[in-house]
Design a protein around this ligand. Structure first.
Ligand code: G3H
Ligand code: 13P
Ligand code: ZN
Length: 309
């Protein structure tokens, strides 16, 4: 089917009350694990590339890997820039074949976020590319985006309406209590569904995005720890909360931490059980297989996007 934008995907997801998984890719094994999983359960897919991934693997390598996956699977795949920090990186990705970009102006004051987002939207739309923006601040840490817990601010529903109207962005990432990484909640997981409901009521038929949405699957944390890791107290967003979010207009659910944990757990296990092993195909292959099984399960139980092609 090829590289597509998320327009039609989101429309169908919105109406069907499910979400499309947006998975971060950094190398061949990750691309293959995710796309082979989506193929087996017949699901549309978003592959997203962060600035860190572009620095690590280079734009062209990732683009060609994704193109190879499209040929191999014949799936509709969105190629998306994750957390574009400025106009320049968005432009490079638009010019370089991505079908979707995120401009993350969430760290700026409202008016500056609007101006930056609008600049990217104008450039992208002229070239048939869609744009995700972000309003509100997530707690947590990521490359180039550092927000302390104290600074985190939920999305204001009225501001969200004004923001979408004035920028023309195609989807909006909202802050309702998720955060990036493996340590999302100190106590019980809690998301502000009341805020999400207000936003979606004010913006009917409009796709919302949830960042920091990994479940931090205990099985993989436990396996990392069993085989020499040290990741105590990790906690993520339960899968039933993700399914619920999809009934409130969330059409895109971002996952990176779960991929990292699944891959690391498998590689740790491989090394501990086979200390004599030094063939990268053995341990990277084990990581790829773990990603594939995890993504299949996630598409079915957390996204509900299986058999939606
Ligand atoms: O939200 C951020 C993603 O997990 C990407 O992480 O910037 O370390 O590639 P990264
Ligand atoms: P997680 O850290 O929860 O996987 O979130 C990833 C993300 O939001 C990428 O933009
Ligand atoms: Zn994110």
């Amino acid at each position: 089917m090829g590289i597509v934008t998320s327009k039609e995907m989101f429309q169908k997801a919105y109406e069907g009350h499910y979400a499309i998984g947006a998975f971060n890719v950094n190398n061949m094994e990750i691309v293959q694990g995710i796309t082979e999983a989506a193929k087996e359960v017949n699901s549309p897919l978003i592959l997203q590339v962060s600035a860190g991934a572009r620095n690590y693997a280079k734009h062209n390598y990732l683009m060609h890997l994704i193109q190879a996956a499209v040929e191999d699977t014949d799936l509709p795949i969105v190629v998306h820039l994750d957390h574009g920090a400025d106009f320049d990186i968005c432009k490079k990705c638009i010019d370089g074949g991505f079908s979707s970009v995120m401009i993350d102006g969430s760290k700026y004051p409202f008016e500056e976020n609007i101006a930056l987002t609008k600049q990217v939207v104008d450039y992208a739309h002229e070239r048939g590319v869609v744009v995700e923006a972000e309003l509100g601040k997530l707690a947590g840490i990521e490359d180039d985006v550092n927000v302390s817990d104290a600074d985190s601010a939920f999305t204001d529903p009225d501001q969200a309406v004004e923001f979408v109207e004035r920028t023309g962005c195609d989807s909006l990432a909202v802050a309702i209590g998720t955060s990036h990484g493996a340590y999302k909640f100190k106590g019980e997981p809690k998301l502000r569904f009341d805020i999400l409901e207000k936003i979606t009521n004010l913006l009917p038929n409009y796709p919302l995005v949830l960042h920091g949405a990994s479940t931090v699957i205990p099985e993989f944390v436990d396996k990392c720890n069993e085989f020499g890791g040290n990741i105590p107290g990790a906690k993520g967003v339960p899968e039933d909360m993700l399914r619920k979010a999809a009934t409130y207009g969330v059409c895109k659910i971002n996952v990176d931490t779960d991929l990292r944990l699944a891959m690391t757990a498998a590689i740790r296990e491989m090394f501990v059980k086979n200390p004599e092993e030094f063939d990268p195909r053995k341990y990277l292959g084990a990581g790829r297989e773990a990603i594939k099984e995890m993504v299949k399960r996630k598409i079915v139980t957390a996204m509900g996007s299986d058999n939606k092609i």
